[in-house]
Structure formats: structure tokens, C-alpha cells
Design a protein. Structure first.
Length: 181
């Protein structure tokens, strides 16, 4: 989230590291005979919680973060303003035209982040091993923070999406500028 706000260009490096760590966690989980061990109530709950967390983080790194990374290059998530729209009407139009795919994908990615957040918050941590419980609770707090920072951006992208849907040539660029500035 800090990279999204402060240095979106650095996000691919963070994502690569997260993907590597998640791949390692998945490989370690694959070595465990989950089908048999999940039947053991105490151990099974810990393994299921861990597998759910890893699966949801895969969704985050594969589906959500790449879109939000591209979106953060376009829009400053803190100020809700375009980072580099250009100084002329033509440059603004080009910025929007070049960003149509990101503009269309961003609201869905933010919704998906909310779904990941919900899936993690639904993990019952009572009775889990302290290391598993603490990791799940830490992840839940991080996702709450991330969603809280990103959720306000959804409306901005939804507004941009409406203008894109109506057609770049048909929207009033002055209204867009007034709303984003």
C-alpha cells in the first residue's frame, strides 16, 4: 500500500517478492497431506486457515495488485488526482484514452480486494496455533488498512469509467478536469 501511494513504479518489485514467498508457501503446503490432516479437528483447522490465507493472497497478487499498480501510476490514491494528465486538453484526452483498460479494470480490482478482505476476516481464529492465529489477524488488519485506503479511489475510477463508456469524444473534458482537480 505504501508503494501504491508513494512509489507505484516500485510495486512490481514488491509483487515479485510477494509472489515468490506465496509460491514457496504453496509448495510447503503441497507437501502436507491436506486431505488426511484436515480431518484432524485441531490440526485441520490450522491447515485450512493457512491454505485459505495463501489462496486469498494469490488472488491479491495475481488479480488485484497488478491492476491497482497500473491504476496508481495513473491516479494518486491519496489526492485522487491524475498523476500526470498533461497541461493541455489534448494531453488530458490522450492520458484518458491511453488508460481505458486500467480505468475499466480498477473498480473491479477494488471490489475483489474487498472480497479477499472478507474471506480473510471470515477465518475463525479461535483455537488456532498462536503463529497461525497471529498471522491471520495481522493479515486481516493489513487488508482492512489497504481496503480503507483504496476504497475511496473506486468512485473516481467509476466516474472515469462512465466517461470512457460514454466515449472519449462525448464527455465534457472541462467537467472531468473540474472533478479531478
Amino acid at each position: 500500500m505504501m508503494a501504491l501511494a508513494e512509489d507505484p513504479a516500485a510495486l512490481p518489485g514488491h509483487l515479485d517478492r510477494a509472489r515468490s514467498e506465496l509460491d514457496q508457501a504453496e509448495a510447503e503446503l503441497a507437501e502436507v497431506p491436506l486431505a488426511q490432516l484436515t480431518a484432524v479437528p485441531w490440526l485441520g483447522r490450522n491447515l485450512t486457515a493457512t491454505a485459505t490465507a495463501v489462496d486469498q493472497m494469490q488472488v491479491l497478487t495475481e488479480e488485484v495488485a497488478p491492476v491497482l499498480s497500473d491504476a496508481a501510476v495513473l491516479l494518486d490514491f491519496e489526492t485522487l488526482r491524475l498523476r500526470d494528465p498533461g497541461s493541455t486538453v489534448g494531453e488530458w484526452r490522450t492520458t484518458i484514452e491511453d488508460s481505458v483498460d486500467v480505468i475499466r479494470a480498477a473498480p473491479g480490482a477494488i471490489d475483489r480486494l474487498g472480497e479477499v478482505r472478507t474471506a480473510i476476516s471470515e477465518i475463525d481464529t479461535d483455537g488456532l496455533l498462536p503463529a497461525v492465529r497471529d498471522a491471520i489477524e495481522e493479515l486481516e488488519l493489513a487488508l482492512d488498512d489497504a481496503y480503507g485506503r483504496v476504497a475511496p479511489v473506486r468512485k473516481t475510477f467509476s466516474d472515469l469509467q462512465e466517461w470512457v463508456r460514454d466515449g472519449i469524444e462525448n464527455f465534457d473534458l472541462l467537467d472531468l478536469i473540474r472533478n479531478l482537480v
